[in-house]
Design a protein around this ligand. Structure first.
Ligand code: F6P
Length: 360
């Protein structure tokens, strides 16, 4: 019987549990057994694994723990940021631990750093690895979507709706900071979805002075006597290197003449928690189906991707899911973040067009 392992790594993302449950069920259906690696790559190095399937009279079945967790946020296996995995010794030890318990393939749910680790594990040790994009940041190349992004957006939208209630009551302006590390994707999409006045993104590469001037301009435009917006909302990505509190303090000083109150709310880890949306559960299930199938068919050093916006990749039986070599995906991720990817250029072009409309 084939024995595979699943692991969640890096920042948790809503839908990881749905992906784990789906992977277990697909593996059972394909006659394989699944072990869960606890706490990301730390657990792989230390040999912390637990069975996610057990034998019943009717045959193997998913265990209650993972069935209960399927609809919940976070990750039932635990996760970690694992500095030991940055070193080749850590990766060799992880491969040895997995082989010792008879595991012959690994599915990694994670983002940029986690799949970089997966690529190194596969290439250096020959251990078969298939990656599944799971990160609220949506900063992975070759895939248009990752597990957790849709849920994070829904959380941001709910929070902005609540903030808008109080903002309108006091005719205040708010700068809401959202997670995303070096990517402005969440801020960009949330700004459109909440009909905010503007989005501040790292990809715009604005200096601190330019960010302050831009926020002042937007607030002045919204507060003009002929406009008098009841709510002014600006979504700022965390990757814009001006702390939200300093930003509103500086802007507040400049707006003394019109007396608009500008406040900051940093949503922080709230954006990463909560139960997964329908879309993320479905995405997780379809990714897991393709990932398990590919691993059991001998694929390695690849990632499952959702409706890629770039050419290439290898089709799977799911017309929306394509397999990309991890190396190619990581190179495209670098381009996505340094702004040279056609995907980033197209997003920025659309955002420039949207900014003119948002400000109205
Ligand atoms: O990668 C997901 C993410 O939530 C980023 O948006 C954020 O920058 C980072 O993780 C925060 O990481 P931690 O929870 O380790 O502070």
């Amino acid at each position: 019987m084939r024995r595979i392992a699943v692991l969640t790594s890096g920042g948790d993302a809503p839908g990881m549990n749905a992906g784990l449950l789906a992977a277990v069920k697909v593996a059972i259906a394909r006659g394989a057994e699944v072990l869960g690696v606890e706490n990301g790559y730390d657990g792989a190095i230390d040999g912390q694994l637990r069975p996610l399937t057990r034998q019943t009279t009717a045959g193997p079945a998913p265990i209650a723990e993972i069935e209960r967790a399927g609809g919940r946020g976070g990750t039932v296996l635990g996760s970690s940021r694992c500095p030991r995995f940055f070193e080749p010794e850590g990766r060799t030890q992880a491969a040895d631990q997995l082989r010792q318990v008879g595991v012959d393939g690994l599915i990694v749910f994670g983002g940029n750093g986690s799949l970089t680790g997966g690529h190194l594990l596969a290439t250096e040790t020959g251990f078969p690895v298939v990656g599944v994009p799971a990160s609220i940041d949506n900063d992975l190349g070759c895939t248009s979507d990752a597990i957790g992004v849709d849920s994070a957006l829904n959380t941001i939208i709910d929070a902005c709706d609540s903030i808008s209630d109080t903002a309108r009551s006091h005719h205040r302006a708010f700068v809401v900071e959202v997670m995303g590390r070096d990517s402005g994707y969440l801020a960009m999409v949330a700004a459109v979805a909440t009909a905010a006045d503007a989005a501040l993104l790292p990809e715009q590469q604005l200096s601190e002075a330019a960010v302050i001037a831009e926020v002042e301009r937007i607030v002045r435009a919204g507060a003009r006597p002929d406009r008098q917006k009841p709510r002014i909302l600006i979504i700022k990505a965390e990757g814009v290197p001006v702390p939200a509190t300093r930003l509103v303090k500086e802007v507040g000083k400049r707006l003394a003449d019109i007396g608009v109150d500008v406040r900051a709310t940093v949503l922080g880890h709230i954006v990463r928690g909560g139960n997964p949306s329908a879309h993320d559960r479905l995405l997780a299930g379809r990714f897991a189906f393709a990932a398990v199938g590919s691993l059991l068919s001998g694929a390695s050093d690849v990632m499952v991707a959702w409706r890629p916006a770039i050419e290439g990749g290898q089709p799977t039986s799911d017309s929306s899911v394509v397999l990309f070599p991890l190396e190619e995906m990581l190179a495209e991720t670098a381009r996505l973040l340094d702004g040279s990817s056609p995907v980033t250029l197209a997003r920025m072009e659309r955002m420039r067009a949207a900014q003119n409309v948002l400000g109205l």
